[in-house]
Design a protein around this ligand. Structure first.
Ligand SMILES: [Zn+2]
Length: 137
């Protein structure tokens, strides 16, 4: 049973992953409570350092807090879903199966969290075909 903290975050974050926007309803499992700055990198469990993400993004992110922007080669902080607007850093491809990084931070996060690996791109393609994707927010 999800905790009171989960429901508090759900109110702020909404029902979709803060990184890849995958919605909990589609994947049939609750989102996870994600430390934006990993504990191992000095982050805390204060609510200001927490957000909701899908298990894939949480797992691939691990303790990373920065990654290389593939366009510039510069190490960049990862996207912060609590403080940064998603649409300033990401967009959907024309067929909505892939996430396009719009900024150094967006591009670095797409790579670090493997937001376009084969498994999720196949799933998104299926979701698009039945009208469940992309999310409208
Ligand atoms: Zn995700």
């Amino acid at each position: 049973m999800p905790s009171a903290l989960y429901y508090r975050l759900l109110e702020e974050a909404g029902p979709c992953c803060g990184y890849c926007r995958t919605c909990a309803l589609i994947i049939g499992q609750p989102l996870t409570i994600e430390h934006i700055i990993a504990i191992a990198k000095g982050g805390t469990s204060d609510i200001l350092n927490l957000w909701l993400s899908c298990r894939r993004c949480n797992q691939f992110k691990g303790t990373q807090i920065e990654a290389v922007d593939p366009e510039s080669g510069i190490v960049t902080p990862l996207f912060n879903p609590r403080t940064q607007p998603w649409r300033e850093h990401f967009a959907w491809s024309a067929n909505a199966a892939q996430i396009i990084g719009l900024s150094p931070c967006g591009r670095a996060t797409v790579v670090a969290l493997r937001m376009n690996n084969d498994d999720i791109v196949s799933a998104r393609t299926l979701w698009v075909s039945v009208g469940w994707h992309p999310p409208q927010d």
